[in-house]
Design a binder for this molecule. Structure first.
Ligand SMILES: Nc1nc2c(c(=O)[nH]1)N[C@H]1C(S)=C(S)[C@@H](COP(=O)(O)O)O[C@H]1N2
Ligand SMILES: [Mo]
Length: 226
């Protein structure tokens, strides 16, 4: 491989391996380059800066909750007129949304066009009768994990409470039975093993936000650390 090609490949994020005195290209990262050249309907570049496309969600760990649908309860509370708790059947009886979207993990991987099925947080906010005083949404999950999102962003049409990914029930490691999905913020905002949504007057930085991660987490602004 010529030095000029080598540098071009390095710039494109291609992995190069030196073997027996020669340089070999092992994987040209076409999907990432393509997504860097693509624009979303909202005008943003498809792949946020510093991200690389991978095939499917990487299990990123966390303290798993009970994965059984029959023990699932979702608490809607805080600044709402009708605080309530939904079981799995009640959640599925609400209007369902299927959407393909991209997700971006702060560790640098992105998955493009994953298909999620679920209920909009906006639908749940309406059901519970969110008061004008509410400004923030706190997603609550098993073992005290929380993630905070401004109400206006949490009620965007692509923000869901989801239980199916690519045509299958969520795997336990990805948050079964139900997780939050906030595609346009780094993936740590998408709380797995979801147990509640609290509508709040005040912001309340969540699990990672109090551990040095950015309070807002916009991937296009690389809001990685606070
Ligand atoms: N309840 C809970 N939700 C969580 C986490 C966690 O530790 N606990 N980790 C977050 C982080 S840091 C990321 S990157 C994503 C990872 O989701 P995945 O394992 O399905 O890829 O889940 C987020 N949701
Ligand atoms: Mo993460």
């Amino acid at each position: 491989m010529a030095r000029r090609d080598f540098l071009k490949n390095v710039a494109a994020g291609t992995a190069i391996i030196a073997l027996g005195g020669g340089l070999y290209r092992i994987a040209s990262d076409d999907r990432s380059s393509k997504a860097r050249a693509e624009a979303r309907p909202d005008g943003r570049v498809r792949l946020p800066p510093g991200q690389r496309v991978i095939e499917s969600l990487k299990p990123m760990g966390g303290s798993a909750g009970d994965p059984r649908a029959k023990s699932f309860r979702l608490r809607l509370h805080g600044e709402v007129v009708k605080p309530q708790e939904l079981d799995y059947d009640q959640l599925l009886a609400l209007p369902q949304v299927e959407q393909a979207c991209d997700v971006h993990c702060v560790t640098g991987w992105s998955v493009l066009g994953a298909t999620f099925l679920g209920v909009r947080v906006a639908t749940l906010a309406e059901l519970a009768g969110v008061k004008d005083s509410a400004r923030h949404v706190i997603f609550e999950a098993a073992h005290g994990y929380t993630a905070n999102v401004p109400l206006a962003e949490a009620t965007a049409p692509n923000v869901l409470v989801t239980y199916r990914l690519d045509g299958r029930p969520l795997a336990r490691q990805h948050g079964a039975p139900v997780r939050a999905l906030v595609p346009d913020l780094y993936f740590w905002k998408s709380a797995k093993w979801l147990t509640g949504i609290r509508f709040s007057r005040r912001d309340q930085p969540g699990y990672w936000e109090v551990r040095g991660y950015h309070n807002h987490a916009d991937p296009w602004r690389e809001e990685r650390y606070g």
